[in-house]
Design a protein around this ligand. Structure first.
Ligand code: SAM
Length: 292
């Protein structure tokens, strides 16, 4: 059954913005998508939506929210920081009784499991056109979620293209770094859509991309995500230096740790695979390098 509607009989987003005086605030990363065909495409990147509760960060005037509901999302739970958007979102909630819950607040401070306590759908997924200023912080929180597998089944998230490229970057490239390691250790990320600046109002300076994340059931090798973050912070913090030097900010005896994992102390962070970083983290926790 195709639950997708042709129109939602709500006013065009341009009119919504004018009616509610939603002049975009740069400080809140407000670059809105007004084309519902486009927001529906983004929604479809996370399909199927029928049995899903969709978590959306930053619904703004509601373009993506409407796209998600039109594409059949069972329920959308949205967190928006800008009080000015709430009246516009209430009109969408009226149009879809019981299917849209909006919480005013800072998504960085939300306890997601608590927020979703009364969720009664098979799956929870995250779909958002993220505010760029907090996009990587939000992503990192979701990637470091415990327990794992996480509370969400998949994510489709919009980032600046440069950030999206860092997420999917391979070893040996300039874009490869901390974000690639944590993202690829715990999920299978892939870029599914690229958008030019003109797709947004107002247009940002750079292009954007939607990244789809499928969580791995058992990230291997197994390690603590916090330790993995410490290892990658040390290694990439001095990415031009050899590991025997850069890992000194992690442990006074990097050689011991590297020897235990069979990794050459002369390599630089960029050369290591995601699995090797996880091995280093596991060895560190097993005592190969006492914390400073
Ligand atoms: N979803 C809308 C769209 O696609 O047109 C708006 C996306 S806009 C890029 C980002 C939205 O996130 C804005 O509505 C902004 O007010 C909101 N926002 C910014 N910082 C936030 C935060 N810390 N927590 C929740 N929402 C935030």
């Amino acid at each position: 059954m195709n639950a997708a509607a042709q129109s939602d009989n709500l006013p065009p987003l341009r009119d919504v913005i004018e009616k509610h005086g939603l002049i975009a605030k740069k400080s809140l990363g407000q670059n809105f998508i007004l084309d519902l065909n486009l927001t529906r495409r983004i929604a479809r990147a996370a399909a199927p939506l029928e049995n899903c509760t969709v978590v959306e960060v930053g619904p703004g005037p509601g373009g993506l929210t409407r796209g998600l509901l039109m594409e059949g999302a069972h329920r959308v739970v949205a967190v928006e920081r800008d009080h000015r958007c709430l009246a516009a979102l209430a009109e969408i909630a009226d149009r879809y009784p019981g299917r849209l819950a909006v919480h005013e607040g800072d998504a960085l401070k939300v306890n997601w499991q608590k927020l979703l306590e009364d969720t009664n759908t098979d799956e929870t997924i995250i779909v958002a056109n993220l505010p760029y200023g907090v996009a990587t912080a939000l992503l990192t929180n979701w990637l470091e979620a415990e327990p794992w597998p996480p509370w969400y089944k998949r994510m489709a998230l919009m980032f600046q293209k440069e950030v999206a490229e860092r997420i999917v970057a391979e070893p040996g490239t300039k874009a490869y770094g901390r974000l690639a390691v944590i993202a690829q250790w715990r999920t299978r990320p892939r870029i599914v859509l690229n958008l030019k600046p003109e797709a947004f109002t107002p247009p940002p300076k750079v292009s954007s991309s939607v990244v789809f994340f499928e969580p791995r059931q058992n990230p291997t090798p197994s390690c603590s995500p916090q330790t993995l973050a410490r290892v990658t912070a040390a290694a990439f913090g001095q990415r031009r230096k050899m590991l025997r030097q850069s890992l000194k900010t992690l442990t006074p005896m990097p050689e011991l740790l590297l020897h235990k994992t069979g990794i050459s102390p002369e390599l630089r962070a960029e050369a290591l695979t995601v699995a090797q970083f996880a091995e280093l983290a596991a060895a560190f926790d097993a005592g190969a390098g006492p914390p400073r």
